[in-house]
Unconditional design. Structure first.
Lengths: 277, 277
């Protein structure tokens, strides 16, 4: 029975194959949000689906603790980006997912955060549809929500954050991210930049050039919700310098409501230790 | 021991009271995201915290199935908005939370979705800080993520949705929502309007007046992730008419990536039945 989705089990989908092959229904693909990192921030549904996986195709952002929740005999395939060896292209990942499902396997595509927030889940869903493979999506807690929760800083807040926008700081090599700076520079909104750490200087500069005050509160959260989470509460003017002290993966969050954010003790201690060294 | 947060248990916080009162540590407030409705979309951490609650203060959007997960002896207090009888003001809710915690109770403030996305969690956190009450935040799957997952429509998507913005359609009685229409009208971004159903005509009109094409794909999701979920995939031009067939709570989602969205079978059947009636 497909986990967490009993309603989709239809006996008319049982396929009897000839030639000695065993009868089994077609496989399917589950695009599952693993949440921000803390295994307790998995949803119950994600846990159930993972526990029934036959193949788990996962990102580098998914922790070993979470991967350990899949059955021991499930095949685990990392498609994390690596500098030293072959990285899978999106097209290769798409073909891998559909091929396993067409072999009759329960395939879990496990992604950090939510599959549809900068996770390229839409492309994998389209590939499944084109291949005639059933694809189900299990939403997850995206990193921005975990970062706000850890820092005690609301992403929306009466009077100071009427809207929240998620963008990506990722850009082609050597280029700056191509964002709508004029819109993002308007006051009284929260802007969350995923994968923006290495571009923090350019991002802060563009936002200020477009009119956002350098005094706007800002927050950087590295490894949100994990045991090694570090947070620095700063301002838009101080964002680039603070970013240089962190290594990522991290979120940059800019907005008036970040005035409520608290730096982590670890970060303050680390910065003091580094200043003394 | 406080659930899911072992690191915060400090023996120096044990308070011995005189006059025959029993010794116990101070209470605390947990702002907990209950997710979009499906109890399986609770996080494991939210479940653990809820199972240790002594008082649960909850919204109308939190389902009975989820409330049933709290201990039978836990006091349950609904602060849902009601037309027929007294509704609690935000100030009254804030005072209730801090007063229970100061009495030494484990207080769970249970909110639909995520506490920091249009949940007024920031105000409750501030009230706790002012009262000297420890406050912890457990993030949740906000409704937009569940809506995208159900409809098979990514909120960000390569080439057609570089950003996603969450706004609220809620406005003072009789007024239109006060949003940054020029920014929201730019193409290649997804705009999610929470609590926008009753304002759908005004919202669609404003977006088109500001330049967003009437052909832009749009999606309405009512009761995202619940058993009675209904979805209508339409266009910005058709948004107002589709909205008139639904009652809410619902999200309006506008953006090119909604071209991938699928209406629910229930909705199609309902609309056909209504057309024949």
């Amino acid at each position: 029975m497909p986990p967490g989705n009993d309603k989709t089990l239809r006996t008319d989908r049982l396929v009897v194959l000839g030639g000695g092959e065993r009868a089994r229904r077609p496989g399917q693909v589950w695009l599952v949000g693993a949440g921000p990192g803390d295994p307790e921030l998995l949803t119950i549904k994600a846990l159930k689906v993972l526990q029934s996986a036959e193949v788990v195709v996962h990102d580098g952002l998914v922790s070993d603790e979470i991967l350990a929740l899949a059955p021991p005999q499930a095949r685990r395939i990392s498609v994390a980006k690596r500098k030293s060896r072959h990285s899978y292209s999106q097209d290769e990942i798409n073909r891998m997912l559909t091929a396993f499902a067409l072999e009759g396997l329960e395939v879990v595509r496990l992604k950090g955060g939510d599959p549809f927030i900068f996770g390229r889940g839409g492309e994998e869903l389209e590939a499944c549809r084109e291949a005639g493979v059933d694809c189900h999506v299990v939403p997850g807690v995206t990193a921005a929500l975990a970062a706000g929760a850890s820092a005690g800083a609301p992403l929306t807040h009466r009077g100071s954050a009427q809207a929240v926008t998620f963008v990506t700081g990722h850009a082609s090599q050597g280029a700056e991210p191509d964002l709508d700076w004029a819109s993002l520079a308007r006051p009284n909104q929260t802007v969350v930049i995923y994968m923006g750490l290495s571009q923090a200087t350019a991002i802060a500069g563009r936002l200020m050039a477009a009119g956002r005050s350098g005094a706007t509160p800002a927050l950087i959260v590295e490894n949100a919700s994990r045991g090694d989470e570090r947070r620095v509460a700063t301002t838009l003017l101080g964002l680039a310098e603070a970013a240089s002290a962190l290594k990522g993966p991290a979120l940059l969050i800019v907005g008036e409501a970040m005035a409520l954010a608290r730096s982590s003790e670890t970060t303050v201690e680390t910065l003091i230790r580094e200043a003394r060294a």
